[in-house]
Design a protein around this ligand. Structure first.
Ligand SMILES: Nc1ncnc2c1ncn2[C@@H]1O[C@H](COP(=O)(O)OP(=O)(O)OP(=O)(O)O)[C@@H](O)[C@H]1O
Length: 492
């Protein structure tokens, strides 16, 4: 059931949440609320009815109702002459907080700076945060320009754009944040970030100022962020964390912070598993003729399947992709459907997050061959593989692999491997009891992962990386379901 919003209704619900004394009048709009959308999906059978999610949907519906009457301010691009260092940061901040130009619109200046400007939804992996955000996103009233972006990608964009702006204005010390804030606000009033996280000091400092600007009444941006971390746990133990604390306070003050405590990891719900991941049966050696022939057949079958929708069936060897002025070699590919790499080509070379994002956005499906056993000795390769997986997962891409073992057994102690040959594994010595030392691990206690996963994740020193590793295993499981394979991102 959908409802009509009339102008009279708009007036009645205009200000309590956003605190902005401006109304949006429109002809009656056909709007489905998040609750109606959730009910619809449950009735359709696409979603299971989850009481924890349902509770959150009610809060989202209130926020949604506020959006219906929200009229964002007109954001002006700041003058470049105001952004040169001699002017001083003070003046720049002044314009963020209402002392600068506001087009003479007193409604904007009168707006309550402490009003709720967004939702910050956090919780454990696989419990439906992204699903709830996407559902909300699809119901945002059409008069509000919106953007939904993976946070990782957003940060990449910010760094790239800052660089371009400095070149464009021929000024290396230009304070680009006001320009970035204006561009973002002009482009989108509702900004949805999936997987908000802060891992390095440059991002932390940039974000603090940018969010302050975006959420200020002059810019009027509304935020929806999902995260695996509570705001107080963001950038924990990070360098100069103290300078990031105002950003945490801002999020806590201006967003409705919601903890999704659903005990269900929907990725763990058994679904029919397709055979996208090949590994030799026990007792079959990697280099044996049987295994090599099975690998070849597996790769050919999946390549053909992934490429079946492609009008152009040509297979390119060593195709070059441009990433920020550099070229990235794709050993075998049929753009835009499928790209094939050996594990060594994909993760054994100094590739960065930007390379993997570019790949994930350029191809619909990937085949990664010859994934060896992985240990602490090749931690950098594991890190890159996780970054690659996250990028492909976020782009809803497909993945087929040939590997030395199933993913749950692939991460081993270096001493259990045959020297110099990571495709071979010696019999595991009895390690009884070792996992018990992981029963108090944060991944087990706080995030509900198995102790065996916490143990494997211990190859990483830092909590963010341990968590990313455990999440990657959960995602790999989901990416091997027929549901995932059948619902690939459409070709553009
Ligand atoms: N109520 C539900 N019924 C059925 N499937 C669901 C439900 N909620 C979520 N899912 C599915 O479970 C999977 C995981 O959900 P989602 O990606 O939203 O989790 P998440 O909390 O964002 O996880 P992560 O923190 O790892 O990103 C998705 O495929 C999603 O569609």
């Amino acid at each position: 059931m959908s409802r009509f919003i009339t102008p009279a209704r708009c007036r009645a619900i205009a200000n309590p949440l956003l605190g902005i004394r401006r109304f949006h009048f429109s002809v009656p709009l056909l709007v489905r609320t998040p609750l109606e959308e959730y009910n619809f999906k449950v009735e359709q059978g696409t979603l299971r009815d989850d009481p924890y999610q349902r509770k959150i949907i009610s809060t989202l519906s209130i926020f949604h109702e506020m959006l219906s009457s929200y009229d964002p301010p007109k954001v002006e691009t700041p003058a470049i002459s105001d952004l040169k260092p001699k002017i001083g940061i003070r003046k720049v901040f002044g314009s963020f907080f209402g002392k600068g130009k506001n087009n003479g619109n007193t409604d904007v200046a009168l707006a309550d700076e402490n009003a709720i400007k967004g939702i910050y939804l956090y919780g454990d992996v696989g419990c439906g945060k992204t699903m709830l955000m996407d559902l909300f996103y699809s119901t945002i009233p059409s008069h509000l320009p919106k953007k939904r972006i993976h946070f990782h990608q957003f940060m990449q964009h910010l760094h790239k754009r800052s660089h371009q702006l400095k070149i464009e204005h021929n000024h290396n010390d230009l304070d680009v944040i006001p320009l970035l804030a204006a561009e973002i606000a002009q482009d989108s009033t509702v900004l949805c970030f999936d997987e908000f996280q802060v891992t390095d000091v440059a991002d932390a400092m940039l974000l603090r100022r940018l969010l302050m600007a975006l959420l200020s009444p002059d810019h009027g941006v509304l935020l929806f962020a999902t995260s695996n971390r509570a705001p107080d746990d963001l950038y924990l133990n990070g360098i100069q964390r103290v300078s990031f604390i105002p950003c945490i306070q801002l999020i806590k003050r201006q967003c409705r912070v919601i903890y999704l405590n659903s005990p269900t990891d929907y990725r763990k719900i058994p679904k029919p598993v397709s055979s996208v991941y090949y590994f030799p049966k026990p007792g079959v050696k990697w280099l044996s003729k049987t295994n090599q022939s099975n690998c070849k057949k597996h790769v050919e079958q999946w390549y053909e399947y992934f490429n079946s929708e492609n009008d152009n069936q040509t297979i390119l060897e060593n195709h070059s992709l441009e990433v920020w002025g550099r070229s990235l070699n794709v050993p075998l590919s049929s753009p835009p459907t499928v790209a094939q790499f050996t594990f060594h080509d994909l993760c054994g070379k100094p590739m960065a997050a930007g390379d993997y994002l570019m790949l994930a956005n350029s191809y619909q499906s990937f085949i990664v061959t010859d994934i060896p056993y992985l240990s602490i000795d090749v931690r950098d390769q594991v890190r890159r593989f996780i970054t690659f997986l996250d990028a492909v997962y976020d782009a809803h891409g497909r993945l087929a692999v040939t590997a030395a073992a199933p993913f749950k057994d692939l991460f081993v102690e270096p001493e259990d491997l045959q020297k110099g040959n990571y495709m071979l594994y010696r019999r595991q010595q009895d390690k009884g009891g070792v996992e018990e030392t992981f029963e108090d691990d944060e991944l087990v206690v706080k995030h509900g992962f198995d102790k065996s996963i916490a143990k494997k994740a211990s190859m990483f020193a830092n909590d963010e990386e341990k968590f990313a590793f455990a999440r990657a295993l959960s995602r790999l499981q989901q990416m091997s379901t027929t549901d995932w394979i059948d619902n690939v991102r459409p070709l553009q």
